[in-house]
Write a protein that binds this ligand. Sequence first.
Ligand SMILES: *[C@@H]1O[C@H](CO)[C@@H](O)[C@H](O)[C@H]1NC(C)=O
Ligand SMILES: *[C@@H]1O[C@H](CO)[C@@H](O)[C@H](O)[C@H]1NC(C)=O
Ligand SMILES: *[C@@H]1O[C@H](CO)[C@@H](O)[C@H](O)[C@H]1NC(C)=O
Ligand SMILES: *[C@@H]1O[C@H](CO)[C@@H](O)[C@H](O)[C@H]1NC(C)=O
Ligand SMILES: [Ca+2]
Ligand SMILES: [Ca+2]
Ligand SMILES: [Ca+2]
Ligand SMILES: [Ca+2]
Length: 682
Amino acid sequence: MTTTLAIFQLLILLIIFNFCKVINAKLYSDQFVVQIAGGSHVAKKIAKDHGFTYLGEMHDNYYHLQHRSITKRSIEKSLTHHELLLNDSRVKKCSQQIIKKRVKRDLLTHTIDLNDPKWPEMWYLNRGKGLDMNVEAAWAAGATGKGVVVTILDDGLEKDHPDLIHNYDPAASYDINDKDFDPHPRYDVVNTNRHGTRCAGEVAASANNSLCSVGIAFDAHVGGIRMLDGEVTDAVEARSLSHNFQHIDIYSASWGPDDNGKTVDGPSEHALYAFKEGVEKGRNGLGSIFIWASGNGGREWDNCNCDGYTNSIWTLSISSATENGLVPWYSEACSSSLATTYSSGSTGERQVISTDLHHGCTSGHTGTSASAPLAAGICALALDANPNLTWRDMQHIVVRTAKPENLFARDWATNGVGRNVSHSFGYGMMDAYAMVKLARIWTSVPEQKICEMKGLNINQLILPRNHATATLIVNCGNVKYLEHVQAKLTISATKRGDLHIYLTSPMGTKSTLLAQRPPDSSRSGFDNWPFMTVHMWGESPNGVWKLEIFNDGRYGGRAMLKEWNLVLYGTSENPDDLIFKKDKNSHIRHHNGGLLEQEHHAHESRRSYDRDPYVRVPNVVTFLNKETVMNDHLSLSGADKNQDSMLENLEHNHAIHSVINQVILLISFFVITLINCVHFSN
Ligand SMILES: *[C@@H]1O[C@H](CO)[C@@H](O)[C@H](O)[C@H]1NC(C)=O
Ligand SMILES: *[C@@H]1O[C@H](CO)[C@@H](O)[C@H](O)[C@H]1NC(C)=O
Ligand SMILES: *[C@@H]1O[C@H](CO)[C@@H](O)[C@H](O)[C@H]1NC(C)=O
Ligand SMILES: *[C@@H]1O[C@H](CO)[C@@H](O)[C@H](O)[C@H]1NC(C)=O
Ligand SMILES: [Ca+2]
Ligand SMILES: [Ca+2]
Ligand SMILES: [Ca+2]
Ligand SMILES: [Ca+2]
């Protein structure tokens, strides 16, 4: 009887086992990896001889082939095709590829659940599909602005606003207009002084407190320097830009010279000194980070290169894009803008949401004014990820991570190192998560080197409807990888607004240093004006530079190039080599020069996660569990994938085994009962 039972059980087991085999089966693809000696031409020949398609070379004489007549997702190996290949004496090894189950580690399948009433409307933070600034993923990776101090240089800050009070930082605040420590705005009937409060909320409004909006760096400290509600002088600017500069990390400024299309103006002596001191000594030598709005003079044909604040190498200049990815009507195009954040557009397009005066909340914050604080918030996330970033590191990271996709401009061009760049959008839309990821593995760029060259072909007359070209052969010993490029030009002109100026690098990147400004009928020309471009970032400066000046003037409108200098900033070492050096075990591919994918070795990456002091789960809002955070910032390499599928299989088998046990128990019981019944009835 026991043997019958055993056989019975065995039979059931066999049936179940086969059944399990089917559900647990490997699925074979129509692809093979074949080891072939003799190079790719031999591999191509073999592929052709046996009816395979040659897909490409892999490594160490391994080639990737495909055969169309093999059924895809088959549960059986194709022995014929193995034989076919192995019969060929040129083939050393071959294996049919197994289809692996892989799921996208997309954090953005649903938006994070926050109870702030305006959160669902914050489209530029949460609409997904690559149409926001990828801030949720940065939060999920633990960057929320902890320990970072941002101040808003503006018309005051409503410090007791319930959505700001929690993050308000008196040490980052001052009132230059009224000479006291309280930056509270002056109220009037038309709310003239609401601007600073709106900007502050974009950076650091509290998250998930059932109030108004969510700041991008909702764990950061925010202060206000009240300086626009009164006479602005060089001294006022200088004191604002250098206020408590060992405490404040990021200064956000959304102001500048008149955007009337006819002004050429910049910081004077003391403000210049403040900028220079800030980047050299601020943040204990890492350098203050000045975020600047590129300007709202689009309608007046203004050009942000005529604004010495945004045009400065020390400011990280930010332009705007509309909800639909278009150039906003107010936008000023120029070669010194580094990147873009979303802001308002035409009437049909949504605007920016933030805190407002009188403890209010607004859905109507607009212009490049709204863009700079969003950028400041994103930079605060990067500093949370790595507080050691210098002012230049921050610009390097922005250049490498900004995304040109979904931004529509006619002038996108690929520079000499393969990055796409536009005068309206700089390197593209800021990507908070990409910045945080890159910040974590970033090694500070080497010291800034400067190579200054005096231009020849001076005192060239430029007749109306004519142009002049000047070239300069550059051979810099110290600067091999460019950052900022300045062309300091002295030009006289009957009508300054008739000039348009272009600079072409040795690698062929052409920057518009100035476009025509019809309202600008000044006769003062340019006096050693530092036109700046960031479009050659990463290129080599050596070779022939070309400067072209066009004069669209009519009749007697003459112009003259009197003097010009090129000032080339950069490094002698390649900053990318340093990233590779630091992160030896990861392979980094650049997307628009930015981080597309990181592949780590299995336990190395686990270790680096454990060591990494900057991967912290947000304390105020716990978005995702640790595992998700970890998985997300580690894309798996081959070794890891195997480990993972093994784990998967183990779990699967475990589940099936318990089912089998249950079934066996049940069936055994049933069979025993049946047999006993039969036995007894006999
Ligand atoms: C491989 O070679 C063996 C013996 O040489 C032959 O019998 C067999 O048919 C070959 N297989 C294929 C698929 O060509
Ligand atoms: C930041 O710099 C400090 C001092 O140089 C150093 O101790 C610390 O390890 C650095 N942190 C990172 C993340 O590089
Ligand atoms: C740059 O733009 C070109 C043309 O649109 C595109 O083919 C290319 O992929 C872009 N490169 C990068 C790095 O984004
Ligand atoms: C926000 O708070 C609500 C409770 O009001 C909570 O259910 C939710 O999980 C919180 N969201 C996050 C992301 O922590
Ligand atoms: Ca005051
Ligand atoms: Ca809130
Ligand atoms: Ca302007
Ligand atoms: Ca700038």
